[in-house]
Design a protein around this ligand. Sequence first.
Ligand SMILES: [Zn+2]
Length: 333
Amino acid sequence: MTARSITRHHGGHRPGVTTADLVTAAVAYAAAGIAVLPLHTPGAAGVCSCRAGAACGSPGKHPRVRRGLHDASRQPQVIRAWWSRWPHANIGLVTGTVLDVCDIDTARGLRVVLDLLGVIRPPGPLIRTGSGWHLWYAAEGLPSRVAIAPGVDWRGRGGLVVAPPSLHHTGARYTFQQPWQRPDLPACPPQLRALVLPAPPPLIISPSAPVADLDRYVQAALAGEAERVRRAPRPIIRGGRRISGGGRNDALNRAAFRLGQLAAHTPMDETAVRRELTEAALSTGLGRAEVQRTLSSGWRAGLRHPRRIGDRQSAAGRHVRKAPVHTWPEPHS
Ligand SMILES: [Zn+2]
């Protein structure tokens, strides 16, 4: 599945969803530790079941219970009682304890997120909503934050999301495009964490601007690239002989290249980027001289192939293949 096929594919209408399906799903979410609550339902022509009706600004997305999130429950008997009272209620999930959600409203937002993550498609559960996508991650105490990128919100502590197989006001059902292999949820990638958390204030004002001064997206991209370098496969040595070189140098070259690409458009402190990547590369055991060589050549090659975060081409990895220095595998899919 490519970024574009994620964009095209849609769960579509599923008129066959019954109350039993909704209850089964809601009880299963609760069994995984997620607090559940019944939401209003979009009826014909997307009109909300709440008192505001056609004037509702959030059709099918807000609680039916009086105290909202405070009434959310993990108890099957409570959940069953709600759906016998409101057989068509949408399913709301409270975020921030078990589940955090990257809530993407636009195709542009999806491209930015996939590009930052350096993947064709995200790992873990991917939900097609009526008009966007939800990426599910294991909660780790992050706050909720709107507009972490254009068209992208983060639902963390105290947040609420609509879950499959709820009905969207467009008539589509919320659908798992990639399933949830319960109970595991992927950890929040460092790139997204960097967007959710405000950058810490710089502690030391030095002539070389601290990393905290970098643009938020560059900061997020740098966090991801440094993480990939740290996790690059180590060489395999058997019987005193090196039988595989590992992927550390390639990962470093790729990181320098991708950040160099951004530097062509975005003001960026090369010293700060080099410092961070150098630290990551040295931690893998690469030698300092090799690190500096690879960084310089990757960075220069990147400058010659500019891109902006979320560019269509870069999401598909097209520019990356042109890099003259090394070859590396496609972003894993
Ligand atoms: Zn409403």
